[in-house]
Write a protein that binds this ligand. Structure first.
Ligand SMILES: Nc1ncnc2c1ncn2[C@@H]1O[C@H](COP(=O)(O)OP(=O)(O)OP(=O)(O)O)[C@@H](O)[C@H]1O
Length: 272
């Protein structure tokens, strides 16, 4: 799917939290949304999913305005894997995954068929979590929930996959597996990420947000420079080039002291 975000501004409460954001993703591209806490990544994903109304500008999904698409039609095209899926409802993992089948269900199909169960298990197996099928959602660990949520998103058979910090609860092996898995899907994906190395590894394009505006965008090597990292995150970084594939590898060195920042130095002990 082709995604075009055109001069998008979004308000939450009485505040504009996204201002004049524009970027495009070609079919099959993987776009990383980066930026400090509160920069607007989750808000942007919500607007692309058609869940948050633009104050101005628009999001086009294969040419159709995301916010004007009927909900069911939007859900057939776009799956959103949320940051903290906190549905503390008494469902089994397989039931959660089956929710992803809803947009494709016929009008008189009430679900719960053996075919639905098989599709849910298939999606769980795809993310290596088949053994979680019967486990209650409320008893799953953060990483297990994350896998089940990804399975639910895949069960939706989307043409655009939106991921909000998809690796934040995962162990290092599971993080790499998830990134590779998303890359191999071959569908357009937009992922909010905090880990700059993950972004450099996974993404064809990076959109770096700062206080609701696009601070930089382009290929990972263009965006992830020491200068940009310093100005947006306030962190001194060394950027190396991976010897095998040439991608940028980012070593975060130290926070850059800014006037007014919290002083964390330990005061010298007073002499007795
Ligand atoms: N429901 C809401 N009502 C009012 N303001 C909100 C709401 N949700 C988010 N915001 C504000 O919008 C801004 C952007 O938040 P958003 O969650 O999109 O940022 P983010 O980049 O995803 O942050 P993080 O990295 O911390 O997850 C923040 O200032 C946040 O406080």
């Amino acid at each position: 799917m082709e995604v075009r975000v055109e001069a998008l501004s979004v308000a939450r409460g009485h505040r504009e939290v996204l201002s004049d954001v524009s970027f495009a993703a070609a079919p099959g591209e993987i776009v990383g949304l980066l930026g400090p806490n509160g920069a607007g990544k989750t808000t942007l994903l919500g607007a692309i999913a058609g869940m948050l109304a633009p104050a101005s500008g628009r999001v086009l999904l294969d040419g159709d305005d995301a916010h004007r698409l009927p909900r069911r039609e939007a859900a057939r095209r776009v799956a959103l894997m949320e940051q903290q899926p906190d549905r503390d409802i008494p469902l089994r993992a397989a039931d959660i995954v089956a929710l992803g089948l809803l947009p494709h269900r016929g009008r008189f199909d009430r679900g719960g068929s053996p075919r639905d169960a098989a599709l849910a298990r298939e999606a769980l197996a795809t993310v290596g979590a088949e053994e979680l099928a019967e486990r209650p959602w409320t008893e799953l660990s953060g990483g297990e929930r994350q896998r089940v949520s990804l399975a639910r998103a895949l069960a939706q058979r989307p043409r655009l996959l939106l991921l909000d910090e998809p690796t934040n609860h995962l162990d290092v092996r599971a993080q790499l597996d998830t990134l590779r898995f998303v890359a191999d899907l071959g569908i357009t994906a937009i992922a909010a990420l905090h880990d700059l190395d993950h972004a450099a590894r996974l993404c064809t394009r990076i959109v770096l947000l700062d206080r609701g505006r696009v601070a930089a965008q382009g290929a990972p090597a263009e965006v992830l420079t020491p200068e940009v990292i310093a100005s947006v995150y306030g962190v001194r970084a060394t950027v190396l080039t991976h010897p095998e594939d040439g991608r940028p590898v980012i070593a975060l060195d130290s926070a850059i002291d800014t006037p007014g920042a919290i002083d964390t130095t330990v005061p010298p002990k007073e002499a007795p």
